[in-house]
Write a protein that binds this ligand. Structure first.
Ligand SMILES: C[S@@+](CC[C@H](N)C(=O)[O-])C[C@H]1O[C@@H](n2cnc3c(N)ncnc32)[C@H](O)[C@@H]1O
Length: 244
């Protein structure tokens, strides 16, 4: 079982990126603008760099960080093609160390769901130590509701002309985690080639996260759903804005 975004990297944006995603990322950029004192930032768990590139286009001096070399390769290539000069670093957020402190850190779209409970404190301490005084941390998690009821034991899929995928989930009641198994089929000439990817996402409750964050020294600015609205029992995403 790997958690390293390997096979998925090449197809990630084809599968995930749509108008809704664009709207969401624009909201995150707006939040960064409203909450940061300076331009220097880290986009942690940057993946293929969708948000990293958008932040750069909005005038931020942002570095992308991810532990998947395959995702970083895609991020580098896309930035190069879009003539955006962005640094990318291969680092695991559980052991993140930065030389220069930054004004803001973003960890958007589930990065923290890949972190097991036992590493949460260390991970948030790493973020705290990487921020300047007054710096801003913006991160989200897929909610416990989403992991249990939406991802749950459900299957998703899409049957495109050149790309099809089958996404099977299995919810683990004991560990409150979801095992995700993705099979991606890419048309290559007259045949389809299959790629496999396995991941585990962990449930993090708001109260648990809030306690850890305040023990690290963060002050909560706002906790909301993905687009800044009031959290509901059935919200699929929980978004935190915090200050050092
Ligand atoms: C769903 S993707 C989100 C990518 C990007 N933020 C976006 O919105 O498109 C989650 C990313 O988290 C990264 N990731 C998971 N665990 C990580 C860790 N411990 N350290 C750094 N990156 C991690 C994965 O490699 C993957 O690229």
């Amino acid at each position: 079982m790997t958690n390293e975004y390997t096979a998925l990297a090449k197809f990630y944006e084809d599968i995930i990126y749509d108008d809704k995603y664009k709207l969401w990322m624009n909201y995150i950029v707006k939040l960064v603008k409203e909450n940061t004192l300076g331009k220097l930032g880290l986009d942690v768990a940057c993946g293929s760099g969708i948000l990293t590139r958008l932040l750069k286009r909005n005038g931020f001096d942002v570095t992308g960080v991810d532990f998947s070399q395959d995702m970083l390769n895609v991020a580098q290539e896309k930035s190069y093609n879009e003539k955006l000069n962005i640094r990318y670093l291969k680092e695991d957020m559980r052991s993140l160390k930065t030389l220069n402190k930054v004004d803001f850190i973003t960890v958007i779209n589930d990065g923290i769901n890949y972190i097991e409970d036992k590493y949460l404190l260390k991970t948030f301490k790493n973020f705290y130590n990487s921020l300047k005084k007054g710096g801003t941390l913006i991160f989200d998690v897929s909610s416990p509701y989403k992991l249990k009821n939406v991802l749950g034991n459900n299957a998703f899929g899409d049957d495109g002309d050149n790309l099809s995928y089958l996404w099977l989930n299995s919810y683990n009641d004991e560990f409150k985690s979801v095992d995700i198994s993705l099979s991606i089929f890419e048309k290559q000439g007259d045949k389809y080639v299959r790629f496999n990817e396995s991941q585990i996402q962990y449930t993090h409750e708001v109260n648990k996260l809030s306690e850890i964050l305040s023990s690290v020294g963060f002050n909560v600015v706002k906790i909301s759903d993905a687009l800044g609205n009031e959290l509901k029992e059935t919200s699929d995403r929980i978004l935190f804005v915090l200050k050092k």
